[in-house]
Write a protein that binds this ligand. Structure first.
Ligand code: SF4
Ligand code: SF4
Length: 315
């Protein structure tokens, strides 16, 4: 797949999932209604078909079998399938679906265009003259304004998973939202704004339990898919300004070993960047998805091995 095709496919997939995340409660696809304490799934109240009449007419075996077939078994299959995906392909969910990672990439891109850097602590790649010409106040007003807007959409989206969405949106349009939902909206918007402006990828790296769990299963598999660097062609990097590392939303040392890329989200931005840099090179990109990395660096806790010829550790 070419650079554009790969990133275009990812854009379609993650944008669709982002829309699903916002619209699932409105379309009654999935939500928990706090006012009735019921889960709603595909327009049905989740009851496993166990109405009062059904329970009265059934014995323990019927009830146990219904719970096993409708709840425990699907949950078990979902968990096992998830673990298999994490073990084999790593943090695919993060890079291709997660709504938070979509925001990470969007705000990274915005900050890069406005300030020449995607974090506060990295130096701007803009020249001194270009920096002097820019109006920093406007740049930061745009960055914070966009972040607040997305944060508010997120807060509203999350609240609609808990309260009936249509009345909630109607109240919002008429400025009649109750006190507690208003407190939730203000608090959540503030927290998300701080996250989006200051700590987006740090949250993905160190704060998200689901992301870390995916990384742990991935690290257990020495044959898991990973972005591999062709070290024997490293000379080709001499004329390049580390575009792959510049493109990495997680700010990872892309060309390093798997352990250093523990939080890689398989977003392939690095591969796309290298494909662009090396587009005139017949040998192509130096980065590509590959199966495993058979060195001690590929495990989370490095295992010391003894080289019988040298008689010392292979580090
Ligand atoms: S190393 Fe490459 S695939 Fe992994 S997060 Fe960074 S850009 Fe994405
Ligand atoms: S983008 Fe490709 S050529 Fe440039 S530093 Fe990265 S691996 Fe090397």
């Amino acid at each position: 797949m070419t650079e554009n095709q790969l990133q275009r496919s990812r854009l379609v997939v993650r944008s669709s999932f982002f829309l699903l995340f916002l619209l699932a409660p409105v379309l009654n696809i999935f939500r928990f209604d706090l006012t009735t304490t019921n889960f709603v799934i595909f327009n049905q109240v989740l009851s496993f078909g166990m109405t009062t009449e059904w329970i009265l007419a059934s014995d323990y075996w019927d009830t146990g079998f219904r719970i096993l077939a409708y709840f425990i078994l699907p949950l078990f299959i979902t968990v096992i399938s998830g673990i298999y995906i994490f073990y084999k392909w790593g943090r695919l969910y993060c890079g291709w679906l997660c709504p938070h990672f979509s925001v990470v990439e969007y705000v990274n891109d915005l900050m890069d265009r406005r300030t020449g850097s995607v974090t506060l602590w990295e130096n701007s790649k803009f020249s001194k003259e270009r920096q002097a010409k820019r109006n920093k106040i406007i740049d930061w007003l745009v960055i914070v304004g966009v972040s607040v807007t997305i944060a508010f959409l997120w807060a509203l989206g999350l609240l609609s998973y808990l309260l009936p969405p249509i009345p909630l949106y109607t109240d919002l349009i008429h400025f009649e939202v109750d006190l507690y939902p208003t407190i939730f909206l203000v608090a959540a918007t503030t927290v998300f704004t701080i996250d989006f402006v200051l700590a987006r990828h740090l949250f993905c790296k160190y704060g998200c339990a689901f992301g870390l769990m995916q990384s742990l299963f991935w690290m257990m598999n020495s044959k898991a898919m990973l972005v591999k660097f062709e070290r024997d062609r490293a000379k080709a990097c001499q004329s390049c300004d580390k575009d792959c590392e510049e493109a990495c939303p997680m700010r990872l040392p892309v060309r390093s070993f798997k352990r250093a890329k523990f939080t890689c989200t398989q977003c392939a931005q690095c591969i796309s960047a290298c494909q662009e840099v090396q587009k005139d090179n017949p040998a192509g990109s130096l980065l590509g998805w590959s199966e495993g990395e058979k060195t001690r660096h590929s495990s989370l806790i490095p295992v010391k091995t003894i080289d019988p010829k040298k008689g010392h550790n292979d580090s």
